[in-house]
Design a protein around this ligand. Structure first.
Ligand code: 2BA
Length: 109
């Protein structure tokens, strides 16, 4: 069995959870925060048997879209509106970031 720690954007979470459950995958949804943007994102814990791994990854890839976001690089308490034009960078936020871990044991009581 594998555990997929799957970090996605909030905008994709509802569609991905629906697609997962429709295809018989169990999902736990966590509200998380990205360290760079300091903005909310969603982390899904998905336990999946190895023969279903590719199907599961395919659903993630097909459901989650990358998007561009403008980030203010001077968030230290100055007037954000005044600084925005001069201190902004564009970052492309995935898609999905997926950590694939091997599960030693899986029990349900
Ligand atoms: P954030 O940390 O808020 O990062 C959002 C996006 O900002 C990243 O998109 C990336 O394009 C950019 N970024 C992140 N750190 C950067 C840095 N030090 N310098 C320049 N740009 C940077 P993604 O790479 O698609 O990541 C989306 C979210 O996935 C991240 O949100 C974070 O919550 C998680 N993540 C990504 N890689 C991770 C890793 N190696 N370990 C743990 N969490 C990770």
């Amino acid at each position: 069995m594998k555990l997929l720690i799957t970090i996605i954007q909030d905008d994709d979470s509802s569609r991905l959870v629906s697609a997962m459950t429709k295809n018989g995958f169990s999902v736990t949804k966590l509200a998380t925060t990205g360290g760079f943007l300091r903005a909310g994102n969603t982390t899904l814990l998905i336990g999946v048997n190895e023969e279903k791994l590719d199907q599961c990854l395919g659903i993630i890839e097909n459901t989650c879209k990358s998007r561009k976001q403008i980030v203010n690089t001077n968030m230290g308490g100055y007037d954000l509106a005044m600084n925005m034009a001069h201190n902004s960078i564009e970052v492309t936020v995935g898609g999905a970031t997926v950590f694939i871990l091997s599960v030693d044991e899986f029990k349900k009581y």
